[in-house]
Design a protein around this ligand. Structure first.
Ligand code: PMV
Length: 331
């Protein structure tokens, strides 16, 4: 597939001006939260997602002449991924796709991943980590990949996580902007007139996107009309939420999050742990709260103000949250 490696730092084609054997390439990417519309977006409804700049994946890439492989180390987890050993491992695939696009031989490369994005919990960790890997490799060569290129490459990796990704995760993470997204249509990036304050609370229960998506697929096969009606109702809420976001009408946005939560619960995409966190946040003054991402575990989000942020955080911790992160989505 690639030409034989010619030695460390031997790109196939032209290299940017800053590529040297000692250089460290750095790449970062944020987590994401789906504000409204998860799952429905897989079936052609719109959804809105925002980047979470406070939760980031970071990657360093360097050439290593002793390494006839591309290796990704995750020191926090003691994991070492080898492209030779496991080319279909998602992170290895992300790296090899980036190498191919950059014209870089995927060998003699050592990557180190440090990610604060919890995995399997609805915050787009797969997209964040893949994007950070691709950016680090591009930086190593003194090149850049455009957000569109990154988004397309990360989408290929997302297909490994679950067969039918909507494309919203790669889009919001690669562009790092709030997005109104509908599958198959150009993404609309939203300008927020004021910062949006979100609490992101971890249930501690892992949430596997592939399984959650499959559970809804089965429910839809059993009751196509009923489930389609609910998905369309979510789509309507998303349309209103787009208006509320653009107008910074946080009260209205909070009501819309609550309404989306009700439908997700009807579709059995919530969980007792999520319900406890959501009720606690609302009881402590959050404007609205719901599961985010795949659901059935993972994270809840709560829309808060600077006045309610502290009390809602405490309430969610008391209700069992493993961790609550205040995320500020800037205009
Ligand atoms: O759990 P996450 O972060 O992978 O988000 C999944 C979002 C879904 O709408 C459930 C699936 C998709 O492809 O959009």
């Amino acid at each position: 597939m690639w030409p034989e490696p010619r030695g460390p730092g031997a790109p196939d084609s032209e290299v940017g001006p800053t590529a040297t054997r000692d250089k460290v390439g750095r790449g970062e990417a944020p987590a994401k939260a789906i504000l409204l519309g998860e799952h429905a977006v897989v079936y052609g409804q719109p959804a809105i997602a925002v980047p979470l700049p406070q939760l980031r994946a970071r990657v360093q890439a360097r050439f290593d002449s002793k390494l006839d492989d591309l290796v990704i180390e995750t020191p926090g987890k003691g994991q070492v991924i080898s492209l030779r050993r496991d080319p279909r491992q998602p992170l290895a695939l992300a790296a090899s796709l980036a190498c191919r696009t950059l014209g870089l031989t995927p060998s003699f490369l050592r990557l180190r991943l440090d990610s604060a994005v919890p995995i399997a919990s609805g915050l787009g960790s797969g997209a964040a980590v893949s994007t950070a890997i691709m950016r680090a490799l591009a930086d190593l060569l003194g090149k850049a990949l455009s957000p569109e290129q990154l988004s397309d490459l990360v989408y290929e990796v997302e297909k490994l996580h679950h067969g039918t990704p909507s494309g919203i995760d790669n889009t919001v993470v690669a562009h790092q902007q709030p997005v109104y997204f509908r599958k198959g249509e150009p993404a609309e990036f939203l300008q927020l007139p004021a910062p949006l304050l979100l609490l992101v609370a971890d249930t501690g229960v892992s949430s596997v996107t592939r399984e959650a998506v499959a559970s809804l697929r089965r429910a839809r096969e059993e009751d196509p009309e009923g489930v389609n009606r609910k998905l369309a109702a979510i789509g309507d809420l998303v349309g209103h939420a787009r208006e509320a976001l653009i107008a910074a009408d946080w009260q209205e946005l909070g009501h819309l999050l609550d309404a989306n939560h009700a439908i997700l619960a009807e579709l059995r995409l919530s969980s007792p742990e999520l319900e406890r966190l959501i009720a606690a946040a609302r009881g402590a003054g959050a404007l609205g709260a719901k599961p985010t991402g795949a659901g059935r575990g993972g994270h809840a989000i709560a829309l808060v103000t600077s006045e309610s942020e502290a009390s809602a955080t405490l309430a969610m911790v008391d209700a069992g949250a493993r961790r609550v992160t205040l995320c500020r989505v800037e205009p």
